[in-house]
Design a protein around this ligand. Structure first.
Ligand code: IMP
Length: 437
């Protein structure tokens, strides 16, 4: 596969993944591919993700549904690994789906993020003591999946007795309530919810959730067999993956193609595309080797509108880190890259890319694991490249990679050399059609 235009030529599924720390603009690429896809699937994450969509003159932010929602006729699937906050799910599966004229299918085994999960996430973050989560309950919900207790699934909403049983079996509710006492005294915490409140808060969504339930694994397995165009859209990003990323400053669900394998049993892809910004951003705590805590970082933030779409937090900004991207490409099994926001960098006369780390006095090799310690304690070396400000007017009109200004192509070629992944798409402006392929 040489071009985005023939991405489904061999009839295999395609995946789009974040190549950095999230917010790379994956939705843009997914939107482009969705014009052809029959199924668009979210397989990981939850309401910690946010994607702004424009429908007519309305601006909406989706958190759980794939970005495919904005194209009429696509089937939008919430897979068995998506952590579902029911209030968000209801709004998106009814109001937003109706607005878009889209079909929504919810997997029966997708886990519910309930009030106890949200309470613990907020409690652990209270007073700045956590890791800077989005406080959506993601970590505690994943803990309960791993510990095999207290994890209600969407399919359980058909039966209130079953929900009660899950929340009380093995002393779950009482144990959680006792554990909550350890946080007593932290400022701004809501009272711990009663068992009846947790159950009522889940069951309130039954009427909207149950009619949309399905066996998404079976539907997608059939679609793949029939060589239909199937697109998996990741939330978050490889460097936020709990295994591949910068632990403990990561999210809790799988962010690489392993997440698709684990939840759908699909391992064979036609293309695995990593999306990366032409620079780097991160929200929340954790190592960020190329971070610019100066006026250049502030300028990137303003020019790139780098504020979180879920929490509104200002994003930390820095130069593109090719050592981290090379590592992400390896850990994520990426076959291709899409580079977004090249237009934002057009404001700079000169751009820098990080091409090496030195840790304990020796260069970090390509095969080494980029642990948080390595990221935090290494010294970065940079390559300076000419900016493309003099082409700032031409850039937004480029629709083919071959037409990009020479300085931009040099930049992209450097990315390809360092990561070993061909660049198959480049974002050249904020509008939907401003993508060079
Ligand atoms: P959690 O996923 O809410 O538990 O947050 C864990 C870490 O992942 C925090 O640093 C968050 O800022 C980060 N994170 C979670 N979701 C996103 C996302 O969609 N974009 C960027 N960062 C995210």
């Amino acid at each position: 596969m040489e071009s985005l235009a023939d991405i489904w030529e061999d009839g295999k599924p395609v995946g789009v993944f974040g190549g950095q720390w999230g917010d790379e603009g994956k939705g843009r690429l997914v939107d482009f591919l969705t014009a052809q896809a029959e199924f668009v699937i979210r397989f990981n994450g939850g309401a910690n993700a946010g994607h702004t969509i424009i429908v007519g003159d309305k601006k909406e932010v989706t958190h759980l549904l794939p970005s495919g929602i904005i194209r009429r006729g696509t089937k939008n699937v919430v897979g068995p690994g998506v952590l579902c906050t029911l209030a968000v799910l209801r709004h998106e599966a009814t109001a937003i789906a109706d607005l878009c004229g889209a079909e929504v299918l919810l997997d029966r085994s997708a886990p519910v993020v309930h009030a106890i999960h949200r309470w613990f996430d907020a409690a652990r973050e209270a007073g700045g003591q956590g890791i800077g989560t989005t406080k959506r309950g993601i970590g505690p919900a994943c803990e309960d999946i791993a510990s095999r207790r207290g994890s209600v699934r969407l399919g359980d909403l058909t039966d209130v007795d079953r929900v009660r049983e899950i929340l009380t079996r093995n002393n779950y509710y009482n144990e959680r309530r006792c554990a909550a006492e350890a946080f007593c005294g932290r400022a701004g915490l809501e009272p711990f919810p009663t068992l009846e409140e947790v159950i009522a808060d889940i069951m309130a969504y039954k009427g909207d959730v149950v009619p949309r339930l399905c066996d998404a694994r079976a539907i997608i397995a059939r679609a793949v067999k029939q060589r239909k165009k199937v697109l998996f859209e990741a939330a978050q990003a490889i460097l936020l993956d709990p295994f591949a990323g910068t632990a403990p400053h990561t999210t809790s669900s799988l962010c690489t193609r392993a997440g698709v394998g684990a939840t759908f049993g699909i391992y064979d892809f036609g293309a695995v595309i990593g999306v990366a910004k032409a620079y780097a951003t991160r929200v929340g705590d954790g190592p960020f080797p190329t971070e610019l805590e100066d006026a250049t970082g502030d300028r990137l933030r303003e020019l790139g509108h780098e504020y979180g779409s879920t929490t509104g937090r200002p994003r930390r900004c820095g130069w593109l880190d090719l050592v981290a991207l090379r590592y992400a490409a390896r850990m994520g099994g990426l076959t291709h890259l899409a580079i977004t926001k090249l237009d934002t960098l057009a404001a700079f006369d000169e751009v820098k890319v990080c091409t090496g780390y030195t840790f304990n006095g020796r260069p970090v090799e390509a095969e080494e694991t980029l642990t948080s310690k390595v990221m935090r304690d290494s010294v970065q070396s940079y390559l300076r490249l000419p900016g493309w400000g003099r082409h700032a007017e031409r850039l937004p009109n480029c629709r083919r990679l071959a037409d990009l200004p020479e300085d931009v192509r040099t930049y992209l070629e450097r990315i390809e050399t360092e990561t070993g992944c061909p660049v198959i798409a480049a974002g050249v402006g904020p509008e939907r059609e401003q993508l060079a392929i």
